[in-house]
Design a protein around this ligand. Structure first.
Ligand code: S3P
Length: 168
């Protein structure tokens, strides 16, 4: 089906860029977190609080597996932690072209400073949380991706242009 899949750290812009890209290419947009929230009828933070992270990770795997059989070509944005599970990596590859939206810790700090919707960033110093998670994830994001896009200092329009050029 060759979907377009956006991966990257929380705050990298996957959802916004994904939405705009879908509009530009006249494709449907979908987001794994949105699908999970819809299914569970509760926000991600509440799923973490009530059922715990491992349960959320299982929901992510089910969601990404379901998408493999989607009949319509779409742009898919996936949660920042989803590519970390090995079982999900083959699904991502199977889905189509994987685009990693890369951002520096500095940029992410600015975007995530006042965020309260992300359970993985709770507790302790934000910079340390981001640095620790990024150190554990960066290599996987780069390995799973077909295309890496540096987002720092670029407008959404520039990013869409860069992505459309690279996938054409
Ligand atoms: C997570 C990222 C979030 C969401 C959940 C866990 C992570 O998605 O899936 O809070 O582990 O990085 P976004 O990357 O869209 O914020």
């Amino acid at each position: 089906m060759n979907h377009i899949v956006m991966i990257g750290f929380m705050g990298a812009g996957k959802t916004t860029v994904g939405r705009r890209l879908a509009r530009a290419l006249d494709l449907t947009f979908t987001d794994t977190d949105d699908r999970i929230v819809e299914r569970m009828q509760m926000p991600v933070t509440e799923i973490f609080n009530v059922y715990g992270e491992p349960y959320f990770r299982r929901l992510e795997t089910e969601t990404v597996k379901e998408l493999v059989s989607a009949r319509e070509r779409c742009v898919i944005s996936v949660g920042g932690g989803l590519p970390m599970q090995e079982a999900n990596q083959s699904c991502l590859k199977e889905l189509g072209t994987v685009i990693y939206l890369r951002a520096t810790v500095e940029t992410l700090m600015g975007r995530l400073q006042s965020d309260t919707s992300r359970p993985m960033l709770r507790g302790g110093d934000l910079r340390t949380r981001i640095e620790t998670l990024m150190a554990a994830r960066q290599e996987t994001y780069e390995r799973v991706a077909d295309i890496c896009i540096d987002t720092d200092g670029k407008t959404f329009s520039q990013l869409i242009l860069e992505i459309t050029e690279k996938i054409s």
